[in-house]
Design a protein around this ligand. Structure first.
Ligand code: NAD
Length: 480
C-alpha cells in the first residue's frame, strides 16, 4: 500500500496527533489500510512549507514553461502506472475496474491539459491615458488549499491541483478520509518526478479536524472545495473570515429532458448510465428523468427495460456499478428508498445484485421511481446513490420550469431531434453545463465545469480553472 498520508516538503510523516484512521474497502467493508489523522499542527507545517516554496523556494523561481513541463511529465508517469492506480482506485472507492481505468486515463489527461496550459495564460494591454502604458498579467494567489471528496479521488486530485500548480501556486490538499489512496500515490509520483520541496503538500485526516484547520488557516490565499452543501457553507464562512476567494462544487439534482421526438435508441444507454455511473455518487449524475407526457409510456417502458439489466457487483466483477462508499452513504440511499415506498411512489424498475456479493460490502439496489410528484423529496433532494426519479412534463415551457425547479443547478441533458428547440431550451437552463443528445456525467477535462444556485460557484476544469487559480494584476507605466 502507498504512503500513509502527510507529505510536507517532499517528506512523508505521521500526524502530530499520533492517531490513524482505518480505511475500508467498500466492496467488503474490511479495513485494507490506514491513514494519518492529521490535525491543526500538521496543517500549520504544510501551509508553512507551501509558503516557503512560493516565496523563497525552487518552486517559486520556476518559470511557467518549467512548471508545465513537470505537469506534462506527470501525464506520462500516470499513464505508465495506470494499472496500479486503477486497481488502487477500484479497491478504495468500490467502483468497477473499467470505471477506475477510465478515471486514470482522465487523471493523466488533466496533467497533460494543465501542463500544456501553464505558459498559455496571457495578460492584456489596456488603452488608457495618453502618455501611459497599461498592462495586466495573471499572477498566482500564493498558497492554495484543496479539499476533495471520496467519489472520484483519482480525477479530482489533478483536476484541483493541476491548474493551481500550473499558475505557480503551492498547494496543500486535504483529501477525503474515506478514499484517498490514488491522490497519495500520485503525490508520491510527483515528488519522485521532480516537483521541488513544498510545491505539493498533503494532509490526510477528518474534515472537522484537518479540513477545518486548513480552510480556516490564516496563511492560505484561496480555497478549492468539492463536496456537500453543508460543508460548503463552512468553507465559504472560513474563506470570508480570511477575506479570501473560494470555488465551491457542491453537487446537484441534474435533469435529463427527453422530448417525444428524441432518438431513444441513442439516448437509452446514456440516460441509464448517467445515474448508474459510480453507483450514482457523481455530482453531475442525471438523477431526474423528465419525459414529455405525450410519449411518457413509450419512453419509460424502454428506460425500465434497460434499467432492469443493470447489475451490481464488486470491482473485479466489473459490472455496471459497485457498492456505495460506506455504511453512512448506504443508509442514506436506503432511507430515500424507504421514504419513497412510504410515500407510495411507483417502483418502475430495479437493478440486480450479482450472486455471492461479500457480506460486509455497502451494496444498494438501483431503483427507478415514477411518476414522482414534483413536491416529493425524490424530485428535488440529492440522493447520491443509484436512484432515479421520473417526472412527466407537458411542453417545452413546462420542461424548462421543471428542470430549473430545484435549488441546484449543475448540469442538464436535452434529448430531441429539433435543433432549434435544443438551443432554445439549453439557453434557458440555470446550470453550468448543458449537453444536447449526449450526457457528460463527470467527463470533459477541457470543459469548464461548475454550478449555479446551490450547486456552488466558480469554475473548475478547462482553461477557466487557470483563471480561478490566479488573480489579475494591472500595471500602469507613465512614459511621457
Ligand atoms: P463532505 O462535504 O462532508 O466531505 C467532502 C470533503 O470535505 C472531505 O474531504 C471531508 O473530509 C471534508 N470536510 C468535511 N467537513 C469539513 C469541515 N468542517 N471543514 C473542512 N472540510 C471538511 O461530504 P460527505 O459527508 O463525504 O458526503 C455527504 C454528501 O455530500 C453526499 O451524500 C453528497 O450529497 C455530497 N457529496 C457531493 C460531492 C460532489 O462531488 N459534489 C462529493 C461527495 C459528496
Amino acid at each position: 500500500m502507498t504512503q500513509t498520508g502527510i507529505l510536507i516538503d517532499n517528506q512523508w510523516r505521521g500526524s502530530q496527533s499520533g492517531r490513524m484512521i482505518d480505511v475500508l474497502a467498500p466492496a467488503t467493508g474490511q479495513v485494507f489500510t490506514r491513514i494519518a489523522a492529521g490535525v491543526d499542527v500538521d496543517v500549520d507545517a504544510a501551509v508553512a512549507a507551501a509558503r516557503r516554496a512560493v516565496e523563497t523556494g525552487a518552486w517559486g523561481r520556476m518559470n511557467a514553461a518549467e512548471r508545465g513541463r513537470l505537469l506534462s511529465r506527470m501525464a506520462i508517469v500516470v499513464a505508465d502506472n495506470a494499472e496500479e492506480l486503477a486497481q488502487l482506485e477500484a479497491l478504495d472507492t468500490g467502483k468497477p475496474i473499467k470505471q477506475a481505468r477510465n478515471d486514470i486515463v482522465a487523471a493523466a489527461r488533466y496533467f497533460e491539459f494543465y501542463g500544456g496550459g501553464a505558459d498559455k495564460v496571457h495578460g492584456h494591454t489596456v488603452p488608457f491615458l495618453n502618455g501611459h502604458f497599461a498592462t495586466t498579467e495573471r499572477v498566482a494567489h500564493g498558497v492554495t488549499a484543496h479539499i476533495i471528496p471520496w467519489n472520484y479521488p483519482a480525477q479530482m486530485f489533478p483536476r484541483s491541483v493541476g491548474p493551481a500548480l500550473a499558475m505557480g501556486n503551492a498547494v496543500v490538499m486535504k483529501p477525503a478520509e474515506d478514499a484517498c489512496q490514488t491522490p497519495l500515490r500520485m503525490a508520491e509520483l510527483m515528488v519522485e518526478n521532480g516537483f521541488p520541496e513544498g510545491a505539493i503538500n498533503m494532509v490526510t485526516g477528518y474534515g472537522h479536524e484537518a479540513g477545518a484547520a486548513l480552510s480556516s488557516h490564516p496563511d492560505i490565499d484561496f480555497i478549492s472545495f468539492i463536496g456537500s452543501n453543508q460543508t460548503g457553507v463552512q468553507i465559504q464562512t472560513a474563506a470570508a473570515r480570511n477575506h479570501i476567494g473560494c470555488t465551491l462544487e457542491l453537487g446537484g439534482k441534474s435533469a435529463q429532458i427527453v422530448f417525444a421526438d428524441a432518438d431513444l435508441d441513442a439516448a437509452l444507454p446514456s440516460l441509464v448510465n448517467a445515474i448508474v455511473q459510480h453507483a450514482g455518487q457523481t455530482c453531475s449524475a442525471g438523477s431526474r428523468l423528465l419525459v414529455e407526457r405525450s410519449a411518457y409510456e413509450r419512453i419509460v417502458e424502454r428506460v425500465a427495460e434497460r434499467f432492469s439489466t443493470v447489475r451490481v457487483g464488486t470491482p473485479e466483477m466489473d459490472l455496471d456499478l459497485g457498492p456505495v462508499v460506506n455504511s453512512k452513504q448506504r443508509d442514506r440511499v436506503i432511507g430515500f428508498c424507504d421514504r419513497a415506498a412510504a410515500d407510495g411512489l411507483p417502483l418502475i424498475a430495479e437493478g440486480r445484485m450479482a450472486a455471492d456479493l461479500p457480506e460486509g460490502g455497502f451494496f444498494v439496489q438501483p431503483k427507478l421511481y415514477g411518476p414522482v410528484p414534483r413536491t416529493n423529496s425524490l424530485a428535488h433532494d440529492e440522493v447520491f446513490g443509484p436512484v432515479m426519479a421520473v417526472l412527466p412534463f407537458e411542453d417545452e415551457a413546462d420542461a424548462i420550469a421543471l428542470a430549473n425547479g430545484t435549488a441546484y443547478g449543475l448540469v442538464a441533458g436535452i434529448w430531441t431531434r429539433d435543433g432549434s428547440r435544443a438551443v432554445r431550451v439549453g439557453r434557458k437552463m440555470q446550470v453550468g453545463q448543458v449537453f444536447v443528445n449526449c450526457y457528460g456525467a463527470g467527463g470533459g477535462i477541457e470543459l469548464p465545469f461548475g454550478g449555479m444556485k446551490k450547486s456552488g460557484h466558480g469554475r473548475e476544469k478547462g482553461f477557466e480553472a487557470l483563471y480561478e487559480f490566479s488573480a489579475v494584476r494591472t500595471m500602469v507605466i507613465k512614459h511621457d
